[in-house]
Write a protein that binds this ligand. Sequence first.
Ligand code: PHE
Length: 350
Amino acid sequence: MNEKISELRKQFEAELQNVKDAAELENMRVGYLGKKGSITAILKDMGKISDEERRTLGQEVNVLKNEVADKLAAKKEELARLELEEEINSTPDIDISIPPVLERGSYHPITLVQRQCENVFKSMGFTVEDYSEVVTDYECFEALNIPKYHPARDMQDTYYLENGQLLKSHTSAAQNAIYKKYGKDLIEKGVPIKAIFPGRCFRNEATDACHENTFFQMEGVMVDKNISISNLIYFMKTMLSEVFNRDIKVRLRPGFFPFVEPGFELDINCEICGGEGCPSCKHSGWLELCPCGMIHPEVLKAGGIDPEEYTGFAFGLGLTRLAMMKYSIKDIRDLNSGSLDSMSQFTDDE
Ligand code: PHE
């Protein structure tokens, strides 16, 4: 065999081994088979040799030429495969062939009513405050005129931490902080305090269709000069008619809470039985929805506000109750059940 040819073959094999990517491979192809390539050069020189030699050399060159072309093609495929493998290995495990889930998620019914209430109060100039779930005894009770060993604490037995803090039993626990936060603007600039604070509350309850150990309330306070019970009733009625999209029958009866004086219970007609009586309303036809009242002077004082000069109202709307009424949910325990089947059927109808 022609020495030059076997030399070329060896050189080709060695180079092919070291090729790392498609660009290098292409350079090789040009170097061997291109117009100025080494194999092409041998073919071009054939004119200079004898017929005899040309026949054998011609055959050998052609064999080499085909061999080089085949091997280059095979290498090209191999490189492409390696590149793809590398790409697959470097992408995270996402199966892009799975069809997308087009189902929409849904809000929890309590989130829905909370947002509706927030919007109503925001439109009336109230700020929406956020407050912690773990509070001190002072915030939850003492600042609200409920001293240690006061019997009113019995109604609000809750969960205590070893450090003496507790899970708030009502959103009223944020009142003191709100008065301190906005009191300065009220006193110095005459800006009324108008705030709502929704939140999760906890109580040591025996659970049944209308009692849960974890539930939601939305507190609201307004403090200014000359605030009266009529202001309270106006805001309550506006909020309820917005949330239910129609006039709701309410009744106000006296209620005792140490942090308001006078204190009321605002009840709404039970939407589930239409007032006839059912387990959800303890067979009374009415549902306690919103305890409220005029803020007790001691509570204003604890918040740094002079009760001789300022008055205010406070309410503690039961968001959980409201959601149950609005969406006719019969058992309060469904709300914390985590059951998507029952909780995903409510939509925002606004
Ligand atoms: N915090 C009281 C409760 O949960 C409700 C309430 C709030 C009453 C504000 C009056 C004023 O029982």
